[in-house]
Design a protein around this ligand. Structure first.
Ligand code: MG
Length: 374
């Protein structure tokens, strides 16, 4: 497969560039440079100890936000290449898409958002952009990673009109109701394909959901039947892996074929035309339906499972206690964040908490509330 870019792909010739001008990179593309900066960032290394669904100490084999991000990148790159889109850009976006996530997954995000209600709220997409635009401190001549516009645009998956107004160029599409690049659209779908499938795998491994339950879910059961037919004597672990593998393959193929059709129908011929077109990356209708059914199943049976909820409840408690403690006595914050608080108010507390790994948050909680700890 050659990887000549389509005329509607983002490329180095049509990139809107970096906020701070830099000399072009030697020996790699601009988007490879973005990917490399992301991989070398502190926020990226922290993903290893941030929860996807299961908290890090619950087991060694569950996905963390780091392995999740790697799976998203792998799926995204394969599809990008098949669609003649910019694989390096998709890789950069997917590796960075969760950099702003709080510790403890969605429970952490929701709690921090509630705590920040009076101070502008907290949204992990915005925070991911904040990490790459401002919070990383590595380079001599700029704050953040000074990434290309298209990488930043892809990271900012969502924004309210109110928030978008504060973000300059990168927020404009939410105000003008325009679409981001096809690479950004693809990154979202790669995320969805990755988490639906690895959550099935992790859910089964944890014993919180069973094969019998999943047999009621059409996309899983139709692939399970195929695998069983081909390999009638397969042990359960391999049976699960083969089924998940086939599902990922089906979804990637369906997404590729349907998107090609959409692109052809829209007679897309340039990157500018992407902005004005409806979303063009997408599943076929039957697969979309199956995906919705699977999502609902995972939501009802895994994400709301009482054992996951108990962990979420503890996570919310930790985040709220930390936020309230720092908010009511700023001198409990590390000195650097006390200074930041003077300039940015409660956003400094949100930055500190959002940057924590699960285990750092647990440690910090103990240091603040357990009299036997220092
Ligand atoms: Mg994700």
């Amino acid at each position: 497969m050659n990887n000549i870019l389509a005329p509607y792909a983002v490329c180095e010739a049509n990139t809107r560039g970096r906020v701070v001008k830099e000399a072009p990179p030697a020996g790699r593309t601009e988007f490879q440079r973005d990917r490399d900066r992301i991989i070398h960032s502190k926020a990226f290394r922290r993903l290893e100890y941030k929860t996807q669904v299961f908290v890090n100490h619950e087991g060694d084999l569950f996905r963390t936000r780091l392995t999740h991000s790697l799976e998203v990148a792998q799926i995204g790159r394969s599809i990008a290449r098949n669609l003649h889109l910019n694989e390096d850009l998709v890789e950069a976006i997917t590796l960075a898409h969760d950099l702003g996530h709080t510790p403890f997954g969605h429970a952490g995000q929701d709690t921090l958002n509630a705590c920040m209600k009076e101070y502008g709220g907290f949204e992990h997409n915005l925070q991911s952009l904040r990490v790459v635009d401002i919070l990383e401190e590595r380079y001599a001549t700029f704050d953040g990673l000074n990434l290309c516009f298209e990488t930043r645009e892809g990271i900012l998956k969502r924004a309210s009109k109110k928030n978008a107004q504060k973000l300059g160029e990168v927020g404009k599409r939410f105000i003008l109701n325009q679409r981001p690049s096809l690479e950004a659209q693809l990154a979202n779908f790669a995320d969805e394909i990755a988490y639906n499938n690895h959550d099935i795998d992790d859910g089964l491994r944890s014993g919180l959901i069973s094969l019998e339950q999943l047999e009621q879910v059409s996309i899983f059961s139709r692939h399970l039947v195929l695998v069983k037919k081909k390999y009638p004597n397969l042990g359960e672990r391999r049976l699960i892996h083969e089924t998940v593998r086939c599902m990922i393959n089906t979804l990637a193929t369906d997404l590729t074929e349907q998107s090609i059709q959409n692109i052809e129908q829209a007679q897309l011929d340039s990157l500018q035309a992407v902005q004005q077109s409806p979303p063009l990356i997408g599943f076929s209708d039957p697969v979309k339906k199956e995906q919705q059914e699977l999502k609902k199943f995972l939501y009802d049976n895994l994400y709301l499972h009482y054992r996951v909820m108990r962990m979420s409840n503890k996570a919310s408690h930790i985040i709220k206690m930390l936020f309230d403690a720092f908010g009511s006595n700023v001198r409990l914050l590390p000195v650097k964040y006390q200074h930041k608080f003077k300039q940015e108010g409660h956003q400094a507390i949100a930055d500190y908490i959002a940057g924590m790994t699960d285990r750092y948050a647990i440690k910090e909680y103990r240091r603040l509330f357990d009299i036997t700890q220092d």
